[in-house]
Design a binder for this molecule. Structure first.
Ligand SMILES: [Zn+2]
Ligand SMILES: [Zn+2]
Length: 386
């Protein structure tokens, strides 16, 4: 098989990335993106291309030799409801939606890997190229799994990557064990009668109770959980039905909690219920706690982390490969696949000058494309052998 020219591939991936960037689509609405991906995979000559897996997901399958092992490589396709601040010629053409997390880059990199591996082979077994919808919602991986992903397209291990602002391009990081956190979402509703602003003693108002509750929620992490467990409880919204001269009868407190172990997530919920009940009693109002789990924690398999570092040596300069120092309290839908098979999630530099993820000025760095595609191919080849 002829070797694929890396410089040409990098230019092609840049073109694909800009096309995807100009046409961002929200989770489960990635119709155009999925059609783009499927068309490319067919053009590269994959053995099978399945569309509509878990909504708008796409799975490409590439087989070589007689090996019976299968390795999955995964990218995400969705964009965010953020208005882009950019003058780039490929800036978002869909008002209010933009690729602010670099999933356009992840998709282009995995397409690049598919082209490399279809053109050059160099492995014995099956590679599954998984393009998932709705990562940002934490719903796309489950949708694909519920649609029979593991039964229809079985695989033994899975690898994924995310670009990282602040890390120089051409740098690679990952770690064994906990990598990214679970995300739980909560809403606490306080209800009372409300009342006249001039006569608080005869009413039953919820705002002072809500303020006490917000303050006391700060003690969950600082006083009720072990300092050895990393966790975050953030109140992000306080909404009431009060007005200038009327005390609110309803106060809603919304927020988000992060943790790395299911036991810690359960304890946060338990403590939150105790505090909400206690504050409600003390202030003579009623409390209702709604607590849901949106993302599960992402834990890397130690053996596959070693394999990823070994594969990275063929792609990155030795001085640019590092063990990530600490887990991140952000969340990743990739974790859902790890409920079924072992896997490893890695981070690639998006440059020190990069705007943060989910920022209206963010853009994926095209200089990282070839690193990502090459790493995907390297780890799959290494795990499948020749
Ligand atoms: Zn994101
Ligand atoms: Zn992302």
């Amino acid at each position: 098989m002829a070797e694929i020219d890396r410089d040409v591939l990098k230019l092609e991936m840049t073109e694909w990335r800009h096309d995807l960037h100009a046409h961002p689509e929200f989770g489960f609405e990635e119709e155009r993106t999925a059609a783009f991906v499927a068309a490319k995979l067919r053009e590269f000559g994959l053995d099978d291309v399945a569309e509509g897996v878990g909504g708008t997901g796409v799975v490409g399958t590439l087989k070589r030799g007689s090996g019976n092992r299968a390795i999955a490589l995964r990218a995400d396709m969705d964009a965010l409801r953020i208005s882009e601040q950019s003058t780039a010629p490929y800036r978002s053409g869909n008002p209010g939606i933009m690729h602010a997390c670099g999933h356009d880059g992840h998709t282009a990199m995995l397409l690049g890997a598919a082209k490399l591996m279809a053109g050059e082979g160099g492995f014995d077994g099956t590679v599954r190229f998984i393009f998932q919808p709705a990562e940002e919602w934490g719903k796309g991986a489950l949708a694909m799994l519920d649609d029979g992903l593991m039964q229809r397209f079985p695989f033994d291990e899975i690898f994924g990557l995310h670009n990282m602002p602040g890390l120089p391009v051409g740098h690679f990081e990952t770690r064994a064990g906990p990598v990214m956190s679970a995300e739980d979402v909560f809403e606490i509703v306080l209800r009372g009668l409300g009342g006249h602003a001039a006569r608080p003693h005869s009413g039953q108002e919820t705002l002072v109770a809500a303020c006490a509750l917000v303050t006391n929620l700060q003690t969950i992490v600082s006083r009720r959980l072990s300092p050895a467990d990393i966790s975050v409880v953030s109140v992000t919204e306080l909404i009431t039905d009060g007005t200038r001269n009327a005390l609110p009868g309803i106060a809603r407190i919304l927020g988000d909690a992060r943790s790395f172990r299911p036991e810690v997530s359960a304890e946060i919920e338990c403590q939150m219920r105790i505090i909400a009940e206690g504050i409600a009693t003390a202030y003579n109002v009623a409390a209702e706690v709604n607590y849901t789990r949106e993302f599960v924690p992402l834990r890397n398999d130690a053996e596959l982390v070693d394999a990823a570092f070994a594969a990275a040596e063929a792609v990155f300069e030795p001085g640019n490969i590092a063990v990530a120092r600490e887990p991140m309290t952000a969340s990743e839908d990739f974790a859902r696949f790890l409920d079924h098979v072992p896997g490893c999630f890695v981070f690639l530099g998006n440059g020190e000058a990069s705007a943060p993820l989910h920022n209206s000025s963010y853009d994926f760095n095209d200089d990282g494309l070839l690193f990502g595609a090459s790493f995907h191919a390297a780890i799959a080849r290494q795990r499948l052998g020749t």
